[in-house]
Design a protein around this ligand. Structure first.
Ligand code: UD1
Ligand code: CA
Length: 456
């Protein structure tokens, strides 16, 4: 079976982005533009992916190489054909898919479909096209009697050619043999003095090779060149995700203002309010309610969880029927048991919080284990960070009542069924069933208030 490789062109500066970041590293709906393209080409079956880099080379290498992507340096930007040459296609697979790194709306489905057509046609070169009402600066597809004859760049086109609405999306599938043979024959005899990969089309045709231009979806042609186009691309992806979730039974009150990233899962019967971001590898079970302006990153939520307004979750694991917030903050390595409550202005970091336990108001729990059915009062703090700059654990058992405004100075353990009196500073272990009071005794001085105010 023939092998498929891919070359992604990303050496350009992206001048019109007016940003110091290399264009293809700008995020689109949460993921770098280039990573969407890479996901698409890998999803199409490309075993090897080479990205042609130039501007911002160091940053691109730092981002891409750990993902097993080979970066090829194009020394000078002399055009798209020169960029392809920089990838050394002679050492790649039998079939090579070439595309621009700045087309984030291309999916593996688009490319799979294209590759299927390429194989079906048994051609040397296939160019993917789209029909646009405003073909703008895209290369135009010139056909004679239905068959493609050439691609003419807008800058080199006559007024008549500019009328053509079928454009080059910049996606090509070509046999390595044809690419090797004709790439060397491309010369920079055009308006911009650049080596155009698009010249492959006419060169192949003149040599009698089979070339096909296949019409695809306009989304495939959508390239990002400006910040405005970047925002439009994100918008399109968030909208598409919202529509997919709605198909699958999720209620989304305002799909234009709900920001769920592509890999996120949300169970049916859930409701998403506007302004929420659900990111990364988050998985939400059925019947969740996510109120406005929640931020949920790489977190797993069971079923019937309520995430009230303004809550912030990172890498948290949440059981079933939990209520979080409003304004709860769950930091990494926090696990919340079934039917637990984490109320407003409660922060947890690296906490195992047992089923049916509650921390309803204004508390900080860090490096702690809390059993089941325990109540953490308002203003409770685990003092986990010691003067030696190390973190220590607080262990609180089940059915414990921790009175308001208490501090647990870790390392410390409070066994099951204990009660901690309000305002206590606990720095010694508390045995099961004990009442611990760690505060100074109150003194009442009769009539002292009057004297103090000087009213006799
Ligand atoms: C190119 C096509 C055009 C097509 C359009 C689709 C050519 C000559 N024209 O035009 O027909 O309609 O894409 O978007 O190919 N790049 C390099 N090195 C270079 C030049 C470009 O890596 O020397 C990269 C850029 O970073 C970019 C891509 O190639 O990702 C396309 O280059 P660009 O100059 O934007 O080509 P277009 O003018 O858009
Ligand atoms: Ca472009």
């Amino acid at each position: 079976m023939a092998t498929l490789s891919s070359i992604v062109l990303a050496a350009g500066k992206g001048t019109r982005m007016n940003s110091p970041l290399p264009k293809v590293l700008h995020p689109v709906a949460g993921g770098a533009m280039i990573s969407r393209v890479i996901q698409a080409v890998r999803g199409c079956g490309a075993e090897e992916v080479r990205v042609v880099v130039g501007y911002g080379e160091a940053l691109l290498r730092q981002y891409l190489e750990p993902q097993g992507i080979t970066c090829c340096k194009q020394k000078e930007q002399k055009g798209t054909a020169d960029a392809v040459k920089a990838a050394d296609p002679a050492s790649m697979g039998d079939h090579i898919l070439i595309m621009n790194g700045d087309h984030p709306l291309v999916t593996s489905n688009h490319l799979q479909e294209a590759y299927r057509k390429f194989l079906e046609n048994d051609c040397e070169l296939m160019v993917l096209t789209a029909e646009l009402d405003n073909p703008g600066s895209f290369g135009r597809i010139v056909r004679h009697g239905g068959s493609v004859k050439a691609i003419v760049e807008s800058k080199d086109a006559s007024a008549e050619t500019k009328q053509i609405k079928e454009v080059n999306t910049g996606i090509y599938i070509v046999t390595r043999n044809a690419l090797e043979k004709y790439l060397l024959q491309i010369h920079p005899n055009n308006q911009q003095g650049e080596y155009y990969i698009t010249d492959m089309v006419s060169l192949c045709i003149e040599a009698g090779e089979k070339v096909v231009a296949e019409i695809s979806n306009p989304a495939v042609a959508f390239g990002v060149n400006t910040q405005k186009e970047l925002a439009l691309a994100s918008k399109a992806l968030f909208r598409e995700k919202a529509f997919q979730l709605m198909e699958a039974g999720v209620m989304i009150i305002d799909p234009e203002n709900t920001y769920v990233e592509a890999d996120v899962e949300v169970g049916p019967g859930s409701i998403l309010y506007p302004g929420s971001f659900i990111k990364g590898r988050s998985v939400l079970g059925p019947f969740n309610v996510v109120e406005p302006n929640a931020f949920i990153q790489d977190s797993t939520l069971g079923q019937s969880v309520q995430v009230r307004a303004g809550s912030y979750l990172e890498k948290a694991k949440v059981g079933d029927q939990v209520v979080l917030g409003p304004y709860a903050r769950l930091r990494p390595e926090t696990e919340i048991g079934n039917e637990a409550r984490v109320g407003n202005f409660v922060e947890m970091k690296k906490v195992k919080f047992g089923a049916k336990s509650k921390a309803n108001h204004l508390a900080y729990l860090g490096d702690a284990e809390v059993g089941e059915n325990t109540n953490i009062g308002c203003g409770v703090i685990t003092c986990n960070y010691a003067a030696d700059k190390k973190k220590y654990l607080t262990k609180i058992g089940s059915n414990v009542f921790v009175g308001s405004d208490s501090q647990m100075v870790a390392p410390v353990e409070i066994a099951d069924d204990a009660i901690i009196a309000s305002g206590s500073t606990i720095n010694k272990n508390v045995p099961a069933g004990a009442l611990a009071i760690g505060r100074s005794k109150q003194v009442n001085k009769e009539d002292y208030a009057k004297k103090f105010r000087g009213d006799n």
